[in-house]
Write a protein that binds this ligand. Sequence first.
Ligand SMILES: [Zn+2]
Length: 325
Amino acid sequence: MRMQQLQHSVIGGLKRLGELSGLVSTPLQRAITMAASTANPKGPYSQHNPVGLYDCHAHMTASTFDEDRSEVLAAASSLGVAGIIVVSESTHDADAVLELAKQHRGLIYPCLGLHPVNAQKGGSADEAELRPMLGLIEQHAEKLIAVGEVGLDFTPAVVGKDDDAAAAAKASQRAIFTAQVELAKRLGLPLNVHSRGAGHHAIKLMVDAGHTHALLHAFDGKARYALAAAQQGFLFSVPASIARDPQTQKLVKALPITALVLESDSPALPAEKQARNTPAAILTSLRMIAEIKGMTEQQAAAAVTANTFKLFPKLLSLQAGNSRV
Ligand SMILES: [Zn+2]
């Protein structure tokens, strides 16, 4: 199906949200219907109508995009990607994430958070970065769509194989994650969560903290944990690597459509190994979800977009702000 047709039917689908009863709450339903009715196909961001498709997790500040970032973003929006939720990993890339969102207002929506893995040095995140990151999140809360990328990574490559060292690393990650979950809760912001080898632990930590308004990205835990979490309101984003990953296919099969949204995790998790991933890959995720769920692409698109607005309610208010300027 051509993207234009798909976008058109997404608008139609969202206007008929009554038919998708149970997907969204009534006030949200009204807000989406309003966004759909005021969608302006002209204007500086003609492709980014308020009801296109959303990439819920991407690393667009990665240096691999330094040569052609604008072209990559333009290519995604020409294919109907209406918004890209960009996460930070540390205090080092926080400014770059905010700057990118400023440059691409109406397309890029920022999240700030301290990732459980220290990308520079390897191993777990540096605890010394927690306090500055909490300060940045608080300072920029108004602009943020969520707190992320935060979470837990208990894979041996990160926490080490020595039992004592691994236990210390896990405790440190828990402390860093908990502080950010509590701040997000206080600020009323959702969470954009990484969990590797720790899906069940990450879910339990958020449930215990009383903040379950969260996206679990590229979830690699057991389907039964995911299903229980979905029943508590957690959402799960599906990367394009689903095309080659039976475990993700199994996860999508197990979860209700109301728990699914799209992500690229660019530049990681491409449909074809070794390739550099880009936000346009969410079309592959959509196609796979539609296929597994036995839905048309239009139905799947309307559902995941409604789920995205439910997950990140600020998308609607920020878009309303953008259309005024
Ligand atoms: Zn990520």
